[in-house]
Design a protein around this ligand. Sequence first.
Ligand code: PMT
Length: 401
Amino acid sequence: MAHLFNRNVLVGVSGGIAAYKSAELVRQLQELGASVRVIMTRGAREFITPLTLQALSGNPVHTELLDPEAELGMSHIELARWADVLLIAPATADLLARLATGRADDLLTTVALATAAPLVLAPAMNQQMWRDRATAANVATLAARGCKLVGPASGEQACGDVGPGRMVEPPVIAAAVAGIFENGLLDGRRVVITAGPTREALDPVRYISNHSSGKMGYALAQAAVDAGARTTLVSGPVTLPAPDHVRVLQVESACEMLDTCLELLPECDIFIACAAVADYRPGAVAQQKIKKGPDEINLKLVRNPDIVATVAAGRERPFTVGFAAETHELLKHAREKMLRKGLDMIVANDVSDKSIGFNSDNNEATVLWPDGEQVLALSGKGAMARQIIQLIAQRLASGEH
Ligand code: PMT
């Protein structure tokens, strides 16, 4: 059964009588596990009050584009990045026309342009408006751009007409939204992903570590499982909940992470090293807490094993993907790293920018492989993870690795 756990669903409600069903739709999406935020057009607010959708979604409803206060809370660009999917239900004939022509004349159409998330539309209108050639052309344009249409259904309409144009029922729309995350790209594949930081103990109470939150690696695990892969996360210490249907093996140090990964290798087709592994560890771990003493002490550090390079050097190696966390000369260093570690692919991200990379919700990266590259624009880590999984599936399918 498809679900929406860990998914951010942005629901756009436009001004049609079916707007009253949006309340039930918000509930259905939440029942599948989604976090929901709502944007209402001016027309939608004639049919149902923002208060209803605010109470149900548990979040303030967004209505205005040019409202400084609302922009301070969560700007239209932040909303666009927050969304893993933008669902517009009901989508009126007017809204479809505005989307088809790329207008940005209210909050909803602006966010639709500004988001990299997939767009799902549940049209609802009078049957004659639906049959009109202008609407048909707009629908064809939107479908050709990759928008997913759910409905409309046929039957008796609020205006008394009978025919196509009724918004399909909320459970069907919610299931269709959940379905878009299950793409079967990695059906039957076994994926191992490292995530989070490692901790290198100095004594029983202190360690050396870094700011990795695990968000990128956990988003990759979610995207891999949605793509049909049997997915295992080898995770350093983080505070994130385990994604559904993902096996999580907790580790602390780089050496433990390596041992766990090596045990998993016989059953691994794709290995993704997203963890921020400490390059060095204390040469000796004090058995008791190190006491405060002289003004200066020296720590002797020794090199940790390189996990992803060890995996890539194996005889029966999986398709191996690394990450490069760089602060300068991003692509040059990333390409060198890919060659030096013998990887099939590397995701280069700039960690000098605090709004992306370590412990942020967004990321921006370039994916490199031996004879190509693709830029992944700034987006939420969920959306980025899905693009990375798609690129891995494409490279595997091409057989050119
Ligand atoms: O966890 P988040 O807060 O979401 O942040 C995500 C991230 C910034 C940690 C992630 O996007 C990222 O860039 N991960 C790699 C971080 C890193 O250690 O980069 P590196 O350039 O030092 O290492 C290169 C590659 O070698 C990485 O795939 C790393 O996992 C791997 N490595 C490094 C050292 C080591 N001893 N063993 C390894 O396997």
